[in-house]
Design a protein around this ligand. Structure first.
Ligand SMILES: CC(C)(COP(=O)(O)OP(=O)(O)OC[C@H]1O[C@@H](n2cnc3c(N)ncnc32)[C@H](O)[C@@H]1OP(=O)(O)O)[C@@H](O)C(=O)NCCC(=O)NCCS
Length: 179
């Protein structure tokens, strides 16, 4: 497990996926992700079965917070498109439990992902895509050091309009644990 001060990242277990389906069907969550069709439990079960074949660095990491009642699942995260030749990877995150939004948990989890990506996976560039309609996520990423590097104009059709998608990244040379 990867421990931070308030959150920890652990491997996803089968028992998590029922909760993921609930969260991924919440429009407030889903409208910020590439999911555009109602999610079913069997699809999530297929996704989970597929994880066994993925290389370790691309396996998802459940996000848990430390509460008085113990560790509580609040979301999911992980690296994709890991490119060992060029030492880069895309990172993704969602906090499904909206009670935990805007309290710094997303940026805490992202700090841990950056630390793990640079210090353990030996990545040089960690990047992400975020919808222009998602100021909370953009702010969370800026806080931990992501730099704006591009705009894919009208890349996504979402709720009746085309939305720009922003590209952001952090390089190992500019990454600091102070952020
Ligand atoms: C995006 C997400 C991971 C961020 O996690 P979080 O714990 O809510 O974020 P944090 O509390 O760390 O930071 C959010 C920041 O955005 C700010 N914010 C919130 N709403 C905002 C708005 N409408 N405009 C500008 N800033 C906003 C908060 O004030 C906070 O900044 P601050 O610490 O300077 O005050 C989480 O909200 C989430 O998973 N949302 C749904 C799915 C999603 O969007 N995933 C990301 C896809 S790219």
């Amino acid at each position: 497990m990867i421990f931070g001060k308030r959150v920890r990242l652990r491997g996803v277990e089968k028992k998590d996926i029922e909760q993921f389906v609930v969260w991924l069907n919440d429009p407030d969550v889903r409208n910020n992700l590439l999911i555009y069709w109602p999610m079913t439990l069997w699809e999530e079960e297929e996704w989970f079965e597929g994880l066994k074949k993925r290389e370790s660095a691309e396996k998802p990491l459940a996000i848990e917070v430390n509460t008085p009642d113990g560790w509580q699942l609040i979301g999911n995260s992980g690296f994709h498109q890991v490119d060992w030749k060029n030492s880069s990877a895309e990172v993704g995150i969602f906090i499904g439990d909206k009670d935990y939004w805007n309290q710094g948990y997303g940026s805490d989890a992202m700090r841990l992902l950056l630390k793990y990506g640079f210090n353990s996976l030996n990545l040089n560039r960690i990047y992400l895509h975020v919808f222009d309609t998602n100021p909370r996520a953009i702010r969370a990423y800026e806080k931990v050091g992501f730099v704006h590097e591009g705009r894919l104009r009208q890349d996504i059709f979402l709720n009746g309009s085309y939305v720009d998608v922003l590209m952001m990244s952090v390089l190992r040379s500019e990454w600091t644990t102070e952020k």
